[in-house]
Every structure is written in structure tokens, then in C-alpha cells.
Design a binder for this molecule. Structure first.
Ligand SMILES: *[C@@H]1O[C@H](CO)[C@@H](O)[C@H](O)[C@H]1NC(C)=O
Ligand SMILES: *[C@@H]1O[C@H](CO)[C@@H](O)[C@H](O)[C@H]1NC(C)=O
Length: 371
């Protein structure tokens, strides 16, 4: 059974539910059997509740400060944390690592490590990357905080295999990873990707690619995802803009968990976000993902996200258009949806904000009751 929030079911109106910072509902448990996944949080409802209380207290602080001159607080707990601490973020970039919320909140990124500055947008040799390139920083061992010297577009010849404990921090520059292969997080943890534009990703592969200072390996053909998370955990994608890729914008599969995707903008794409690759893959029962404060914008079709198994907290997002459906699920996922805004498309056959793939009739009957 797909555990859908009642909010999902009122989609006959065009504009539904404005942002509600507080929980109106508690997700129906039972949550999935997380003993099948070593890294899953034992009480995912408690993580969702903590997000709600963080949103509520940021909201209160912002209201209290509303009269102040130079008021920075917006009520967004993530941004208020790194952007309004009293110290300019340029002087304290690594503060960002303490500002995560939800299931990916423990992602340390490169906290505690040196700052590495990308000065060279090229990607000539994916096996022996040159110092100054993004790939050279991404494959290093140990924590590294990667920043950019100026605006740049990086066209990767092969997937960027990011090693554990890395932050890719695009603040202060307009950084595009575009027109080539994009980002792969495979069996790594503690990754933060912040303020980067990722678009027009294409498949690559049939080539050797370096993944650490001591290892490179043969990569088969990649799908062409924007960010592909494969057996990854403690991952936080924040303030990114993703559009127009050959496959998914963000896919998380093969037992990935501990993920937050926040404050990002998705547009111009068909299969937006796939969380879980197969109904039969049991370790994805431990997949736990927070999707918060995102804008699902122009010309999207479906999968925002498409969930399998696992626990998905979809909170305070703005869904402004879709051609088929917004949130989909199969294989018994728990979708805890709170405070989202859905604007259904004009097409009378595509009014459903949610869709249960394997129990389509049941949910459709339930959800097409006039509100
Ligand atoms: C969870 O799954 C494991 C492995 O399949 C099983 O041994 C255990 O009994 C299950 N626990 C619950 C509470 O269903
Ligand atoms: C950060 O703070 C500055 C100054 O208050 C503001 O102009 C900017 O919009 C903020 N950025 C974000 C992402 O909140």
C-alpha cells in the first residue's frame, strides 16, 4: 500500500494549499522495515518532526526580526543558518556543513579540510587530472572544501567520480557543470553540493576514470544523470539548479540513504527524480530522503520524485507544473508530504499530484473523490 498523505488527494482545484510551515498531519506509520539497512535511521518520523520544528523556529525568529533594519532572516532554517550568522559566509564557508536538515543533515562535506580553488574549467585527462581542475579536487582522499575562482562552465569528458568528504561550493561564482558528463556519487559518503548549475548532462563512459589518488577504473556507459547516487549516504544537495539531462536530474539507487535535497530548482525535464531503481531491491527499504524547499518549475513531466520503498519526507516544496504527475510511488514507500503547494496543469487528464504505479486503480479511486 502506498501511504499517501491526505493532502495529495485534493487535486481537482488548480491551486492547492499554500505553504504551511507546521505539520497538519502525521504520516501514517508503519514505516518500512529498516532493519534491512544498516545506515537507516531507526525512527524516520522523528527526523521529519525535527525538520518541522526547525522550520517553525526559524519562522518565529524571522517574524520577530521583521521590523529590524538589515534583516537577513527569511524563515528558511538552512539559509538563516549559513547566511545570517553575523559573519560573512565568505569568511566562514565551512559553517554551511552545520546547516543541513532532514535525513542528509549529517553530511559533513569537506568540513575541517583545506579550501581548494578550482581555477581551470578543463577536463582533458580523466585518469590524470591536472591540479586546478574540479576533477583533481573531487578525487582526493580526506576532507576538501572545493570553491571556484570565477564564473565558469565545466564540460566534463567523463563522469565526475566524487570521493567521500567533499563539498562542491559554488557560492560567489556562477558555476555550470554542463554539456558533458555530470556527477556520480558511488559508494561514497559525506558529500555537499551547493550552489551549482547542473544541466544538459549526457551519457559518457567506455573509458577509464579516476576515483581516488590510488584508483582508476573502467566505466561502462553512464545514463546521463545530473547527479547519480549509487550506494551513497550522508549526501546533501542544496541551492542547485538542475535541468535538461539525458536521464534523471537526480537519481538515488542501490541502498543509498541519508539524503537531503533542498532549496533547488528543477526545470525542463521528463524523469526528474528517481529514488529506488527496482521494486524488488530490498535494501532500498532503508532509503531515507528529505526533499525540502525546492521549486519544481517549468516544463517538468513526472517523478518529483518517483519513490520506491523507503521513507520520503517531502516538505514545503513548490510544484508549479507537471505534465503527468508530481509524486509517484510503488513497492510500499512511505511518503510523508507536508506543506507543499501543487498547481495542477490545465490538462484534465493530468490533475493528479500523486500516482501509485503498482496500485494505480486503488489510489486513483481514493484520490479522485471530489474534495
Ligand atoms: C525486517 O526484515 C528482516 C529481514 O528481512 C526480518 O528478519 C525481520 O523479521 C523484519 N522485521 C520486522 C519487524 O518486520
Ligand atoms: C543572504 O543574505 C544576503 C544579505 O542579507 C541576501 O541579500 C541574500 O539574498 C541571502 N541569500 C540567500 C540564499 O538567502
Amino acid at each position: 500500500m502506498l501511504l499517501l498523505h491526505p493532502q495529495h488527494c485534493f487535486f481537482s482545484a488548480h491551486i492547492l494549499l499554500l505553504f504551511l510551515p507546521f505539520a497538519l498531519f502525521t504520516a501514517a506509520s508503519p514505516f518500512p522495515n529498516s532493519s534491512v539497512h544498516f545506515y537507516a535511521h531507526p525512527d524516520p518520523d522523528s527526523v521529519a518532526r525535527e525538520v518541522q520544528s526547525q522550520v517553525a523556529s526559524s519562522h518565529r525568529r524571522a517574524l520577530l526580526a521583521a521590523g529590524d533594519k538589515d534583516q537577513c532572516l527569511t524563515g528558511n532554517p538552512i539559509d538563516d543558518c549559513w547566511n545570517c550568522s553575523g559573519t560573512d559566509w565568505r569568511q566562514d564557508r565551512q559553517r554551511l556543513a552545520d546547516c543541513g536538515i532532514g535525513f542528509g543533515r549529517d553530511a559533513m562535506g569537506g568540513k575541517g579540510g583545506p579550501i581548494y580553488v578550482v581555477t581551470d574549467p578543463s577536463d582533458r585527462d580523466p585518469v590524470n587530472p591536472a591540479p586546478g581542475t574540479l576533477r583533481y579536487g573531487a578525487i582526493q582522499e580526506g576532507p576538501l572544501w572545493i570553491t571556484f575562482s570565477r564564473d565558469m562552465t565545466i564540460r566534463l569528458n567523463e563522469e565526475l567520480m566524487v570521493n567521500s568528504f567533499k563539498t562542491i561550493d559554488g557560492r560567489g561564482a556562477a558555476v555550470h557543470i554542463a554539456g558533458g558528463a555530470c556527477i556520480t556519487l558511488q559508494y561514497v559518503s559525506n558529500i555537499i553540493i551547493h550552489n551549482v548549475h547542473i544541466h544538459d548532462c549526457v551519457s559518457a563512459g567506455e573509458a577509464n576514470v579516476r576515483s581516488s589518488p590510488t584508483h582508476y577504473g573502467w566505466r561502462t556507459r553512464s545514463d546521463g544523470d545530473g547527479i547519480s547516487i549509487y550506494g551513497g549516504r550522508k549526501i546533501w544537495v542544496d541551492h542547485c539548479a538542475l535541468s535538461h539531462c539525458a536521464d534523471g536530474l537526480i537519481d538515488a539507487i542501490m541502498g543509498s540513504t541519508g539524503i537531503t535535497i533542498s532549496n533547488s530548482h528543477f526545470s525542463h525535464h521528463d524523469d526528474v527524480m528517481l529514488l529506488g531503481h527496482s521494486d524488488d531491491y530490498l535494501p532500498d527499504s532503508g532509503m531515507q530522503v528529505t526533499i525540502a524547499f525546492n521549486r519544481f518549475g517549468e516544463e517538468l513531466v513526472q517523478r518529483m520524485p518517483r519513490c520506491r520503498r523507503g521513507y520520503f519526507h517531502v516538505v514545503n516544496n513548490d510544484f508549479t507544473s507537471w505534465e503527468m504527475y508530481a509524486i509517484g510511488g510503488s513497492a510500499n514507500p512511505t511518503v510523508n508530504s507536508q506543506g507543499n503547494r501543487y498547481i495542477a496543469p490545465a490538462n484534465p487528464n493530468a490533475k493528479e499530484a500523486s500516482k501509485a504505479h503498482s496500485f494505480f486503480c486503488l489510489i486513483k479511486r481514493k484520490c479522485t473523490q471530489p474534495a
